[in-house]
Design a protein around this ligand. Structure first.
Ligand code: ZN
Length: 340
């Protein structure tokens, strides 16, 4: 099985990523996959090539060489599962924006590379043996800038010197503030209706569908911008022309999922699903027991050929309660219909 994916580089040291698979005797490898060098419960993948931060993302010749290396791992060394990562079209999307010629050229390169992968699978005699999942962890939208819009600059509405003890802003469409003692209400009132495209919450009131604000590291004031609106603090330093990290109800934030191989149905069009449901699907294909997670195999197993589906007696029929707010949760429907 080959997981062929884009995943943010910043996640590489986070062993809690949804793609961390319990090994259970399987021979596994990570090729430039963020987080691939991490250990989990004392276990690590047998082989991990960790990409440096400065590694060039877009060398097409290297992309092809990497596919051949991975094919050899499967055929000559009997690996069961390999993750192969490419940092495009993320980089070019940030740098130039998603709706640009540069990005289109990169998409064509990716398309050729997938063609090369399909051809390589055949060449190595793996067509009947290898399941492939191609996916990513986010979409991309154009960052809105002046003079087209009024950008969100928090210092226009609050005094950092008087109110803010610590901030995490200037990283795109999301931000958190730690008020100085006794200043939370003042800060909240000053910000909540400050900008028509800025959404500001007290931590305990942050919308549930983000599954975010309960964590102890989340600061008391949490905010996000509408699609394309970055949140800046005291200066506008942010230079990305494309970005992700906005509310995942927006189509621009959605990602791709393609899968093929002997255990997948052919020409099957799945309903949209949240990426958390890929993990139990991978575990099913590898015949391993998943670690505790919030996904459900019930959502993704319909992609598998029927004989595969009849085998299991332990498939969850209903998604776990935790999962309720997926693509079809009432809260999100309200947002989509513009009801507040
Ligand atoms: Zn990115």
């Amino acid at each position: 099985m080959l997981g062929f994916a884009h995943y943010e580089k910043d996640m590489r040291n986070d062993p809690d990523g949804i793609f961390f698979l319990p090994l259970q005797g399987r021979k596994t490898a990570s090729f430039h996959y963020p987080g691939g060098g991490a250990t989990y419960k004392g276990e690590a993948v047998q082989r991990s090539l960790v990409e440096s931060y400065t590694h060039p993302n877009s060398n097409e010749t290297e992309w092809r060489e990497n596919i051949d290396i991975v094919m050899n791992w499967f055929t000559k060394e009997d690996f069961d599962f390999v993750t192969l990562y490419y940092g495009e079209p993320d980089s070019v999307g940030h740098r130039y924006g998603p709706e640009t010629e540069n990005r289109r050229v990169m998409i064509q390169q990716i398309d050729r590379t997938i063609g090369y992968l399909v051809e390589a699978i055949e060449r190595y005699g793996l067509t009947e043996h290898l399941n492939v999942i191609i996916t990513s962890d986010h979409g991309m939208t154009t960052v809105k800038k002046k003079p087209n819009v009024t950008e969100i600059l928090l210092t226009d509405y609050i005094s950092f010197q008087d109110l803010v003890k610590f901030d995490i802003v200037d990283y795109g469409g999301f931000g958190m503030l730690l008020p100085k003692p006794g200043q939370e209400e003042v800060m909240y009132q000053a910000l909540k209706n400050a900008h028509p495209h800025l959404n500001v919450y007290k931590k305990e009131e942050f919308p549930e569908h983000f599954h975010f604000a309960k964590h102890e590291r989340v600061l008391p004031i949490v905010m996000y911008g509408d699609s394309g609106y970055s949140i800046s603090g005291q200066l506008i330093l942010y230079f990305n022309k494309g970005d992700h990290g906005f509310d995942n109800v927006y189509m621009d934030m959605k990602t791709i999922f393609r899968a093929f191989g002997p255990d997948f149905k052919k020409n099957h069009l799945a309903e949209p699903f949240d990426s958390i449901h890929i993990y139990p699907l991978m575990c099913k294909l590898l015949g391993i027991t998943p670690e505790p997670h919030n996904g459900s195999l019930a959502v993704t197993q319909e992609m598998l050929v029927d004989t595969y589906n009849q085998q299991s007696g332990e498939i969850q029929k209903q998604p776990p309660e935790d999962w309720q707010c997926g693509l079809f949760c009432p809260e999100i429907e309200k947002i989509q219909k513009g009801v507040s």
